[in-house]
Design a protein around this ligand. Structure first.
Ligand code: P71
Length: 444
């Protein structure tokens, strides 16, 4: 394990409530971890989104918020940080990632368009479909196999990509860094260059979901191109026409997002739209202090020691589980360890929601909150689904110590050894959109 490049200056109390209280809490939350109260959670591995600890430097920046309606100096600092670190000229701030996806999709997609993606992310796919486009998967086959340890599962299948460009009206190619749904898996520079060549051949822009770009850059540094992280980040962006970013992950803030791009004409149209949906083009739904913390977070995230510790901490946790026999997705990703529920509870069929009950049982057993990434969150409309059944254990940045992670790993290994006692669920309430957030279940 790598030594942490920080020490702790402030603490937030947490409490492990008794097992019978956890059973009650989970029952009252209808076996959906999104419906638990955070005060009933001991270690929260629901998401790495907006859950990072800010640095003293970022908190100092909070005090320097310039809350002017227009032309805040914090916006200028943010603009400069994005230009320096990512290398794009034009910036549109948004309240979070899905605000950026909304504007980009509405302006770039028209009815009947098909958008090739390396797997889906929930909100990106939803915005492509709301804009009357069709999401198409052009990821490599390895990305769909949790037991395949290929190092760059975030790569695109070039034949599928080209076939899509030949056969369909394509507004842009959409590439996600460290693909969340494949397990937090990176693309490599070689594939990126090849994707770019194909984009050039068919004169299509390349857009990257750069939410976890720095984690992707770390894997490139370790496995392909040994350069400082800031150089790799700039190099990746040099191939992109634009990026959408949820700043709640890599960028070390609790709220925020942005679009960054090169095309001035498109930028002007995005700026015109941001004022309708988000806020003025110099704040986009963020307060001045948020923008200052973000500007500082962006400079901190490309520190080589920071990112090495972050990704290696995830790897340490994953290896502890692996050594204890728990079936996980390999290789271990950048932001999370994904348990393979199909192998953890093989006796529970997919129509009894194996990942959902496993995430509920993990909570009852340990007080650790995790996220279902199986049929409940994976299904779209009437589309048949027989894909991955995963439980995501997502590690917030700079928040938990090795002791926390050891406790979580030990509890899950213990649960794995009595997994046969776990029984399936039936759904009692199903919301229409993004059903996993509010769906309710009961035990069979
Ligand atoms: C995560 C999230 C938050 C989330 C969103 C929807 C369902 C469950 C959890 C958000 C992302 C993301 C990528 C690659 C865009 C967004 C949206 N991830 N791209 O992993 O991972 O950003 O949440 O700031 O709107 O828990 P936003």
């Amino acid at each position: 394990m790598r030594l942490p490049p920080y020490k702790i200056k402030m603490v937030e109390p947490i409490k492990l409530i008794a097992r019978d209280e956890r059973e009650r809490a989970m029952r009252e939350a209808h076996y959906n971890t999104f419906l638990l109260k955070s005060e009933d959670v001991y270690i929260d591995l629901l998401t790495d989104s907006g859950t990072s600890a800010m640095s003293d430097n970022q908190w100092a920046g909070i005090m320097l918020g310039d809350e002017a309606y227009a032309g805040s100096k914090n916006f200028s600092n943010l603009e400069k940080a994005i230009q320096d670190v990512y290398g794009f000229s034009y910036i549109v701030p948004t309240h979070q990632g899905r605000g950026a996806e909304h504007i980009q999709s509405q302006l770039m997609i028209k009815a009947g368009d098909v958008i090739p993606n390396n797997l889906y992310f929930t909100t990106r796919r939803a915005h492509q479909e709301i804009a009357h486009g069709t999401w198409l998967d052009v990821s490599i086959d390895e990305a769909h196999d949790p037991e395949n340890d290929y190092e760059f599962k975030g790569n695109m299948n070039l034949d599928k990509l080209e076939e899509c460009l030949i056969n369909h009206p394509v507004p842009f190619v959409s590439l996600e860094a460290c693909v969340n749904m494949a397990g937090g898996e990176p693309f490599n520079m070689k594939n990126l260059r090849e994707v770019k060549e194909i984009c050039k051949k068919y004169k299509k822009p390349l857009w990257i979901d750069a939410t976890r770009l720095v984690e992707n850059a770390y894997f490139i540094q370790q496995r392909e191109w040994k350069k400082p992280i800031n150089i790799i980040v700039r190099k990746i962006c040099s191939y992109a026409d634009g990026i959408t970013v949820s700043a709640k992950k890599d960028c070390l803030v609790n709220m925020g997002g942005f679009i960054a791009l090169r095309d001035e004409e498109l930028f002007e149209r995005m700026r015109a739209m941001v004022v309708i949906y988000e806020g003025l083009h110099t704040y986009g739904g963020l307060s001045g202090r948020d923008m200052e913390a973000l500007a500082r977070g962006i400079r901190e995230m490309v520190d080589d020691n920071h990112i090495a510790h972050r990704v290696e901490q995830v790897k340490y946790f994953g290896k502890r589980l692996q050594d204890g026999g728990v079936p996980i997705v390999v290789p271990i990703g950048g932001h999370a360890v994904f348990i393979d529920a199909k192998r953890f509870v093989p006796h529970i069929p997919q129509n009894q929601y194996p990942s959902q009950i496993l995430s509920a049982e993990i909570y009852v057993h340990s007080g650790v909150r995790t996220m279902e990434r199986g049929i409940v969150s994976g299904q779209h409309g009437d589309e048949p689904y027989d894909g991955l059944e995963l439980v995501r254990l997502t590690i917030p940045r700079r928040v938990y110590t090795t002791e926390h992670l050891d406790y979580a790993a030990d509890s899950m290994i213990h649960l794995y050894n009595k997994s046969k006692t776990i029984k399936g669920l039936t759904m009692t309430y199903e919301p229409k959109e993004l059903r996993f957030f509010q769906a309710r279940f009961k035990k069979l």
